[in-house]
Design a protein around this ligand. Structure first.
Ligand SMILES: [Zn+2]
Length: 87
């Protein structure tokens, strides 16, 4: 049985370990909002939204007020997306 813990951070043989900060990527599937017309909550596919605003990864959607208009599933009226909240 090898002592694996002893190898990590040993720092010998010209190898060095450096620390790097990282970002946990969360790729959203959809957003959910309550329609201001009929007050029924509906979901909109995130990739479709990103495509609508010609955004590669849809990062504008994370910050809100991206000028995105969606159509309510229930009443068919248009809703402009306001502030974003991350669950
Ligand atoms: Zn509606």
């Amino acid at each position: 049985m090898g002592d694996r813990a002893g190898k990590i951070g040993g720092g010998r043989g010209g190898m060095s370990t450096k620390k790097a900060n990282y970002t946990i990527e969360r790729r959203p599937d959809y957003i959910i909002l309550e329609c201001p017309h009929c007050e029924i909550a509906f979901e909109v596919d995130f990739d479709k939204l990103a495509k609508d605003i010609h955004s590669e990864d849809g990062h504008e959607i994370w910050f809100g007020d991206a000028g995105v208009i969606v159509t309510c599933d229930y009443c068919g009226q248009e809703v402009e997306l306001g502030d974003a909240d991350v669950s």
